[in-house]
Design a binder for this molecule. Structure first.
Ligand SMILES: [Zn+2]
Length: 501
């Protein structure tokens, strides 16, 4: 017998023992409460058996500032098992919220996404990430008895790319009647600065994540990853997903990585490699801007197309990789600032990959925020540091109206306050979405594998679900999943962190 068979046999014995004990104590399963007691006993036995699994030994979890910090360590299968086990309740909860959204927006059932995961994405996933995803399933099942399998988890990991990139491409191919009006997302406000722009001349990187509050309230994991192969990683992330996915991370070889998503992107390559796999691989294995670019381009499927903002703390160089499918471009500098708020700027990418995007419309969310980044960063040239970057992420200046008003055009987005919504992303008026959390680091912190993170709106404002739903019954379908999103404090996290006593 190999190790995993032996483990499975041991777990089975523990469960059988529990059943036998229950049977001896209770006689026949005569009532519903006796049945419930048996189910609870089996669940407790399963959890005890799983908790003794040697794969969990190096892993840990604690909560602080509204975040859940997990340390994962070892070979890919073990790290997956730790991830699935330690975050099992959060994964089941997030899977329910995310899959409901995917099915609703695309008018496709879950079987459709499982098939896409199994046939299109799965076979091209590198062996180590296949093992990690399988490990997540095993850890999850060991902890909760979940019925989710690896196709579910792969489809779930692709939640940023299947519904809004693959499905619209497929609808066009198949000339689907009454196809839903799907738009690629526009996630995030971010910048990376270096040289004469920052206070100490070294790199500063900041990012806030824009998404639906429904998903965003769940985007509260800090992953500290010590893989057997590749570099050490510290990143924010989503329960059950192996990439950061809103993308903010640093690795132990000096790479600093974030991005904002390209608005109104169109295109998909079914023969390409899933974006979530490439993004995770690049953060784990790239030690330079060139290596990062190479990994992201290898098998580019067009999914979740982003403007990647990169820094290499070893050289002080920063870069922007505008990763279209038909076109892409890399800019780099050792003295400058690169910002992002969901717009592409390379003429070829604009023409070929985002044909509907209007870079001249000053009233749109991406362009209004672009103008605000330009003025805010220029005003603060030479003064930018971590504390200032935290403040910038909570900025509420609307350049289209020339006033302070938290809405869809401000760096800290509050689309729930906007009668306009964001039509470029098909976000209707008062859509419950916007900036859901923020992160900042600089070269000195990155060297020590440290970052600052704030859960909730980076300005510190709270979103409350109940009054929102009462005022906006058009979003009643979100009621089972939409929660309060209260802001936490800016909190520092680092690699190998022990929980506070
Ligand atoms: Zn705000």
């Amino acid at each position: 017998m190999n190790d995993s068979m032996r483990r499975a046999a041991a777990i089975l014995l523990v469960i059988l023992g529990a059943v036998a004990r229950w049977w001896a104590e209770s006689g026949a399963p005569a009532s519903a409460s006796a049945h419930d007691a048996m189910v609870a006993t089996i669940a407790a036995a399963r959890e005890r058996a799983a908790a003794n699994d040697a794969r969990l030994k190096p892993a840990s979890r604690f909560e602080e500032g509204g975040w859940i910090y997990v340390h994962l360590e070892g070979d890919p299968g073990a790290m997956g098992y730790q991830h699935g086990y330690l975050l099992a309740p959060e994964i089941e909860d997030a899977f329910a919220a995310v899959s409901a959204g995917m099915m609703r927006s695309t008018k496709r059932d879950w079987e459709f996404f499982r098939k896409a995961a199994h046939e299109m994405l799965g076979p091209k996933i590198d062996a180590e990430y296949q093992q990690e995803l399988q490990g997540i399933v095993e850890g999850l099942r060991a902890r909760t008895g979940s019925k989710l399998d690896v196709d579910d988890i792969v489809a779930f990991n692709a939640f940023e790319e299947l519904p809004d990139y693959y499905v619209p491409w497929l609808d066009k191919q198949q000339k689907t009647a009454q196809a839903p009006n799907l738009k690629s997302p526009g996630n995030c406000s971010a910048f990376v600065a270096t040289g004469s722009w920052t206070k100490d001349g070294l790199i500063v990187m900041a990012h806030n994540n824009w998404t639906s509050y429904r998903n965003g309230e769940r985007w509260r994991i800090v992953f500290d990853i010590a893989p057997k192969n590749g570099y050490r990683i510290l990143m924010d992330g989503f329960p059950g997903v192996i990439a950061s996915d809103d993308d903010f991370g640093i690795n132990s070889d000096g790479l600093m990585v974030t991005e904002t998503t390209i608005t109104q992107f169109e295109g998909w390559d079914p023969n390409g490699k899933a974006e979530f796999v490439r993004a995770r691989k690049a953060l784990q294995y790239a030690g330079s801007i060139d290596e990062y670019t190479k990994i992201m381009l290898d098998g580019n499927n067009g999914g979740y197309a982003n403007d990647w903002l990169l820094g290499d703390r070893k050289t002080g160089e920063i870069a922007q990789l505008e990763l279209g499918l038909k076109a892409h471009k890399l800019w780099r500098t050792k003295d400058g600032v690169l910002s992002g708020s969901n717009w592409a700027r390379d003429p070829k990418v604009l023409k070929e990959d985002t044909p509907q995007f209007d870079p001249a419309n000053k009233e749109s969310s991406p362009n209004a925020r672009r103008a605000r980044w330009d003025e805010l960063l220029k005003e603060n040239k030479g003064k930018i540091d971590v504390a200032l970057a935290e403040k910038m992420l909570g900025d509420h200046a609307d350049t289209a109206q020339h006033k302070k008003e938290a809405n869809e055009r401000t760096l800290c987005g509050h689309v729930d306050a906007s009668p306009r919504g964001v039509k470029e992303w098909d976000w209707q008026p008062y859509y419950p979405g916007g900036a859901v959390q923020g992160k900042v680091t600089d070269a000195t912190m990155a060297k020590e594998m440290r970052m600052m993170a704030r859960m909730g709106h980076p300005c510190g404002g709270d979103f409350l679900a109940k009054p929102f739903l009462a005022a906006h019954p058009e979003y009643a379908w979100q009621e089972p999943y939409l929660r309060d999103m209260k802001a936490g404090p800016w909190t520092e996290f680092w690699s190998n962190q022990a929980p506070k006593e």
